[in-house]
Design a protein around this ligand. Sequence first.
Ligand SMILES: C=CCn1c(=O)c2[nH]c(Cc3ccc(NC(C)=O)cc3)nc2n(CCCC)c1=O
Ligand SMILES: [Mn+2]
Length: 601
Amino acid sequence: MSHPHTSHSRLLAWIDEVAALTTPDRIVWCDGSDAEWTRLTDELVESGALVRLNPEKKPNSFWARTDPSDVARVEERTFICSADEADAGPTNNWMAPAEMKSLMTELYRGSMRGRTMYVVPFCMGPLDAENPMFGVELTDSPYVVASMRIMTRMGAEVLRKMGDDADFVPCLHSIGAPLEPGQSDVAWPCNETKYISHFPETREIWSFGSGYGGNSLLGKKCYALRIASVAARDEGWLAEHMLIMKLTSPEGVVRYIAGAFPSACGKTNLAMLDPTLEGWKVETIGDDIAWMRFGEDGRLWATNPEFGLFGVAPGTDFHTNPNAMRTLAKGNSVFTNVALTDDGDIWWEGMGEPPAHLTDWKGQDWTPESEAPSSHPNSRFCTPIEQCPILADEYHDPRGVPIDAILFGGRRKTTIPLVTEARDWVHGVYLGATLSSETTAAAVGQVGVVRRDPMAMLPFIGYHAGDYFQHWIDMAKGASGDASKLPKVFYVNWFRRDADGGFLWPGFGENSRVLKWVVERLDGKADAVETPIGHVATPESLDLTGLDIDPAAVEAVLRVDSDEWLAELPQVTEWFEKFGDKLPAVLWAELDALRARLADA
Ligand SMILES: C=CCn1c(=O)c2[nH]c(Cc3ccc(NC(C)=O)cc3)nc2n(CCCC)c1=O
Ligand SMILES: [Mn+2]
């Protein structure tokens, strides 16, 4: 059956099935054109869902406010519906796929009444990749369509490339707010019942009830991490929650670094770093997701499958991330749950002195005397990555870049030194698997509690975390047995504090000094002290030129205190016990070896 837009019979059959179930008033095929963006954003402004910003401040850009109940990913409503419950593992919510599908089918029944169902063909990664990773999102949210155009390659070009039989990940999304005839819409329709469900064996995603980013832009966390991590396990590659950066030394030597950090560690700030060290240059390839596979040369090649940046707004400003601010200044962006200035620009906490008056993320008047912040802690900017002034040319190369170093990082007041090099690959996997970070206000729960967040992937591993650790161990075999081709693994912590609670390390652009040490370790140049926890930088081995820092602070930020580390071991044991016999034995061995080294120290 041919159709004006495609002759892909499986796609057409799926669309017919979903339309029959959700009963939208109309179906619109998205072509990803500027004309379509204008139509969509005009409609959204008309309906009150978006406010157009002052073109002189941010051209072609918009301010959105969600329902206060729909402001973040809903981890407790996120499910991995593997055929076998054991495959979801202890870090995921599970429901039998058939049960979840029959339950959600009833939720979708008539859910798009009165609305438009948009067909959003998209591709994670370049269209000219060897095997492009296609998806099609069916959604009743024009906000999602506009955001997907920024975050993914989306539209007619993708449909053409898909031809009539390419594989694609079906992504079904409904905000779950049917409109009765004559009923007027609310600015942010959603449903108090939310399900974000993944079906790994059939590679499908069903999302219901939330319009918010990670729950509704299904190409990102749902596809490029949870579903992709399952495909990566089966096919021998890695889908990771990592930034990718290009680092060039003053001598012109280029190194590529991937980094995994939980939220509130400044991953985007690091990905777009403005180095303070003279002559060093950072260019950005990605700030959130890295797909990594071994090339014929035995090296690990990484690509960024995304087409935009979906960053946390508060804390982003010209001091912490000047390149993000320059990206946003070019416009073509959507800002969600930030504050609106009286002259039609956006503002959020961390941007220096607040204006005398703002409209806050709840649409209410805000002044500097207001108790609550003007912007929600999880408020976001959504902006085209091609606007980033330091985007590396390699971003567009379907081969990606060969990774020289992997950084794992967390937010810890104590215990973890500024930078440590892993003893080898397995020890590096141990560091990633035991990565810990203190919770902050941006996430739910109390502030300052140490949580394990393995490879910063805890909410995104699409299967049993024990199998995931085993997969990381097994990846070393992909380096065609030549360990020298594997990336070196490092563990960093920008957030160690002194006895008075002050930060020991200035962070931000000064982190370029740590990156220099990492590169020099790759070249076998920089010095390190052998400690029970790995090779730790010495104060002398860091280039502190021009940095006004107390030598005692440098000592303190690099210190390895055996008592502090011995105190960590019971937590690691308790963490590892969650995975039972699926925890690779080599990781128990690493823990035992660490305990023995600490005892000798
Ligand atoms: C590449 C930068 C990484 N990075 C950091 O390296 C970093 N370090 C800190 C802690 C810190 C905060 C303020 C200062 N201020 C002054 C003046 O030194 C210093 C360190 N905060 C940091 N942040 C912000 C975290 C919240 C998203 C951060 O992103
Ligand atoms: Mn992320």
